[in-house]
Design a protein around this ligand. Structure first.
Ligand SMILES: Nc1nc2c(c(=O)[nH]1)N[C@H]1C(S)=C(S)[C@@H](COP(=O)(O)OP(=O)(O)OC[C@H]3O[C@@H](n4cnc5c(N)ncnc54)[C@H](O)[C@@H]3O)O[C@H]1N2
Ligand code: MOO
Length: 420
């Protein structure tokens, strides 16, 4: 049951009709554009998802080099060496790491060599200095070695043309080392989405202003911006926008150029000043829904000029929970990530958890380790305005839509809130 308003398409779900949480989430995710990939230096690609298979340019090692500080020798020359009868060889030079192509070494001679230095032609093994007499002009060798000992062979690590990393991989610090070593300077990857957070409400003042009578600080703006950043996006904030059509339109217009996603808070429900659905509908498309969840029931989704818009309720806990449920997965998907949802642990209910009659109840809980697993205890009052019980929560326990109550000892899934 929908009605349409505005020059764009506006769907309004009938008052009594509740949209399932998963349906609303899917509708948001389905409407996200495929992000454009950009070329970045491998360092700047850290934490981003690759949009291509990355092929190495270089062979590694590029040349045979010593794995130990010692002497480069011909293994056959010291085949008969023992503690009782060491073999002594003249030392005709020294090769350090960074030396150009060293001179060849004739049979019966040795060269002092350092770790990473190119192995001179004519030699086929490196003997660690601590197993020799360690001389500068001559060195005595006390045991035989095999040809190839302590020599890193060219190409044994990487071959040119080898696929180093597959498209879809999230670049890790070690990958930055691998790509750099293999001669790859830039990679194609999915940039972090730019997310504009819009706080609307006549009662709001910025954080640096003392609230007057009936006013409150805009805490959702900074909180949601922080959540954007923690989810891997780049946050922008519009600051406080009053409940005024023109002001809201201006805020959307002036931020559209640098927004991959708009996240709004406030003005989502049934108040006379709840203008957001109409404004978004007038500028693009909008759908409002009463989602079967508590907190976070009134929700908005839409699009303005190709940029998706997600409208969250203004109550701080409702904004927090619905960001977790809808916005965080969207931000992850816009990064090309596969880990869009939070890890979930199963916990034992330590205090009864009430349900929310046909709605999914997200209860702020503290987790404690028990012998066999986890135990979940509510962090305090669960009202949508009780911000103090969010920050002490380790996770959101999910009481299903069809349960009035979960009793002590029952199992409950808990979505973790703690960043690893
Ligand atoms: N008649 C109805 N009234 C309400 C309904 C409903 O279905 N019918 N739903 C209730 C539920 S549930 C919620 S949640 C809220 C959502 O309201 P809005 O999204 O319209 O938000 P506001 O009315 O603007 O604000 C609600 C509350 O949150 C405070 N707030 C708003 N913005 C911020 C901010 N940026 N930082 C901190 N706090 C903020 C605001 O002052 C209000 O106290 O509607 C119920 N009502
Ligand atoms: O659904 Mo509202 O988000 O509970 O307070």
């Amino acid at each position: 049951m929908t009605r349409f308003v505005g020059h764009g398409r506006t769907e309004v779900t009938a008052a009594e009709e509740l949209t399932p949480v998963d349906e609303h989430l899917q509708a948001i995710l389905d409407a996200l554009p495929t992000p454009d990939a950009i070329g970045l230096t491998v360092f700047d690609a850290l934490g981003l998802v690759l949009a291509e298979d990355v092929v190495g340019q270089a062979m590694l090692p590029a040349f045979a080099n010593a794995a130990m500080d010692g002497y480069a020798v011909v293994a056959a020359d010291i085949a008969g060496a023992s503690l009782d009868q060491p073999v002594e060889l003249p030392v005709i030079g020294e090769v350090a790491a960074g030396a150009g192509a060293p001179a060849g070494v004739p049979p019966g001679k040795s060269v002092r060599i350092m770790t990473g230095a190119p192995v001179p032609a004519g030699t086929d093994a490196v003997v660690p200095v601590e197993t020799t007499s360690g001389g500068a002009a001559t060195a005595a060798f006390h045991r035989p070695v095999a040809a190839g000992d302590h020599i890193r062979r060219p190409g044994e690590d990487l071959q040119p043309g080898q696929v180093l990393l597959r498209s879809g991989r999230r670049v890790q610090p070690a990958d930055v080392g691998l790509l750099t070593a293999a001669g790859v300077a830039r990679v194609l990857c999915v940039p972090p989405p730019r997310v504009v957070v819009l706080s609307s409400g006549d009662e709001l003042v910025p954080a640096n202003r003392e609230p007057g009578p009936g006013q409150i600080r805009d805490s959702n703006g900074p909180m949601l911006a922080a959540m954007v950043r923690a989810a891997g996006g780049i946050p922008f904030t519009t600051g406080v926008v009053p409940d005024d059509r023109k002001a809201l339109m201006y805020a959307f217009d002036t931020n559209l150029g640098h927004a991959d996603l708009f996240v709004c808070t406030g003005g989502a429900s049934a108040g006379t000043r709840d203008l957001l659905p109409d404004v978004i509908g007038a500028m693009g498309e909008v759908a409002t829904a009463k989602v079967a969840m508590k907190p976070g029931m009134p929700q908005i989704r839409g699009r303005i000029g190709g940029t998706p818009v997600i409208g969250l309720p203004g109550n701080p806990v409702s904004a927090f929970v619905s960001f977790e449920v809808f916005v965080r997965p969207a931000i992850r998907l816009l990064q090309g990530r596969r880990d869009v949802t939070r890890p979930v642990v199963t916990a034992r209910v330590a205090e009864p958890l009430v349900g929310a009659s046909r709605k999914r109840h997200y209860v702020r809980v503290r987790l404690t380790r028990t012998g066999s697993g986890w135990s979940a205890t509510p962090t305090g009052a669960q009202g949508s305005h009780v911000i103090s019980s969010i920050s002490s929560a380790d996770g959101l326990a999910v009481v299903p839509e069809d349960r009035d109550r979960l009793e002590v000892g029952e199992s409950v899934p808990v979505q973790l809130l703690i960043e690893g």
